[in-house]
Design a protein around this ligand. Structure first.
Ligand code: NAD
Length: 435
């Protein structure tokens, strides 16, 4: 199959490389010239484990191409994927669909012969209908289908998630040609018996939001249980294990922490909330989740301030981890972006280190001193705060860290250390939902 990917970001680049690895011929298009120039030179513009090798192999095999000019690629394609961003619209929280609609117009103007147009971007219910209307208006004669195929990959584990997903969802492949093309594209997954759900387009669009909404709610639930644990002297990790071993609940997404962030959950919960209100079917659980999670980041800043006896003015706080989770360089909506400025507003000086996120963080955080490594970061600091649980922070030499600190205060918002061990080493140690 010939595949064109419009948008070569975290989703478009990973999906494009994986489809090429499945044996298809893939052209990844992006309007960002510097991104395409880097890819054409063999450089990967994002940090995603294993992606450099995968891209290199498939480029060498002649199955993966990069361009800023979509003309030829769209003309030749069996399937054109829309994998552009759908950020929150300023002001009202709705998904901003302007990039999706611009891509639809571009595709309409260039497609040639039967084409499946696939929305891989996360888009609200009804977007597929609008994409179809745009294409019909521009090209009343065109032969095409608009299919929804939401993506569930996680940054940091994206290649494994794409190649071995729990399921693939395809919505609106109502004619035989569209179904055949979608089936061919995912053939390796059919062969290994990955469940593939063919459904209506609107159902498929809603599956993505319902999934992310549920996961955001699960995280928020355990965060609130963690707060209760602190009050009653219980241990949230053991509570999570105790409930998570119940198959109806499951163990994943039960790690208490500073609140969810990242490029998906915050914007997708907001968009789901807005869609539900628009259709006069508000989802109160999601509304509460959004409210509780937003407040949580302030609560975490207050927790840090309390650990320093209520006063951080003039004190140096070492922050380890800035990205919204480990193994990515993505800083979008990371909790650090709320926590750090709140500490600064109280007069704290921030020194930070993140293994992959600092290039991006430098544009997003002001007046932060960036360190070259974890030990450099903690040197002479009044306290250390762990915001992201990178593996390298789990393995720090705690004695060396204690010696480097001015006062041995550790606020661990990811529960990566053991409270008894930290106490035995003489730290004043604060974590989440454990006493
Ligand atoms: P991103 O911002 O990393 O990438 C989007 C890319 O699209 C950018 O490089 C941009 O330059 C390009 N683009 C925009 N308009 C274009 C056009 N008309 N022609 C060519 N290129 C264009 O975004 P992302 O994180 O890859 O997310 C894409 C979509 O996938 C979003 O809807 C997101 O919600 C969804 N999604 C993301 C993830 C994730 O983990 N990042 C997971 C699942 C789903």
């Amino acid at each position: 199959m010939r595949v064109t990917m419009i948008g070569t970001g975290y989703v478009g680049l990973v999906s494009g490389a994986c489809f090429a690895d499945f044996g298809h011929t893939v052209t990844c298009v992006d309007k960002d010239e510097s991104k395409i120039a880097r890819l054409q030179k063999g450089e990967i513009p994002i940090f995603e484990p294993g992606l450099d090798e995968l891209v290199k192999d498939n480029v060498e095999q002649g199955r993966l191409f990069f361009t800023t000019d979509p003309k030829q690629a769209i003309r030749d394609a069996d399937a054109v994927f829309i994998a552009v961003g759908t950020p929150s619209r300023r002001g009202d929280g709705h998904a901003d669909l302007s990039y999706v609609y611009a891509a639809a117009e571009e595709i309409a103007g260039l497609m040639n012969g039967y084409t499946v147009v696939v929305t891989k971007s996360t888009v609200p219910v009804g977007t597929g209908d609008e994409v179809e209307a745009i294409i019909k208006k521009t090209r009343p004669d065109a032969e095409f289908a608009v299919v929804s195929n939401p993506e569930f990959l996680r940054e940091g584990a994206a290649i494994g998630d794409f190649k071995r997903p729990d399921r693939v969802v395809v919505g609106g492949a109502n004619d035989e040609r569209a179904k055949h093309i979608m089936t061919e594209l995912y053939r390796p997954l059919f062969l290994n018996e990955t469940p593939i759900i063919f459904t209506e387009r609107r159902t498929s669009e809603l599956i993505k939001y319902a999934g992310n909404g549920f996961l955001a709610m699960k995280i928020t639930f355990i965060n609130e249980i963690a707060d209760l644990c602190e009050e009653v002297g219980a241990n949230v990790q053991e509570v999570a294990k105790g409930i998570g071993l119940d198959n109806r609940i499951g163990r994943k997404f039960l790690n208490a922490g500073p609140g969810y962030g990242g490029s998906c959950f915050p914007k997708d919960t907001l968009a789901l909330m807005k869609t539900a209100r628009d259709y006069k079917a508000p989802i109160e659980l999601i509304e509460t989740t959004v409210r509780v999670n937003t407040a949580r980041k302030q609560k975490m800043a207050q927790k840090i301030i309390a650990a320093l006896d209520g006063n951080v003015a003039g004190k140096t706080i070492a922050v380890l981890g800035l990205t919204f989770k480990p193994n990515t360089d993505d800083m979008r909506d990371a909790p650090a972006l709320d926590i750090v400025p709140t500490l600064q507003a109280e007069g704290a000086k921030i020194r930070a280190f993140d293994p992959e996120g600092m290039t991006e963080a430098k544009h997003m955080l002001k007046d932060v001193q960036f360190a070259s490594g974890a030990y450099d970061c903690v040197q002479n600091a009044d306290a250390v705060v762990i915001i992201t649980e990178w593996d390298q922070f789990r393995a720090l030499d705690l004695d060396r860290m204690k010696d480097a600190l001015k006062t041995p205060i550790v606020v661990d918002l990811r529960n990566i250390y053991s409270p008894p061990e930290m106490k035995a080493k003489g730290f004043k140690y604060f974590s989440v939902g454990r006493v």
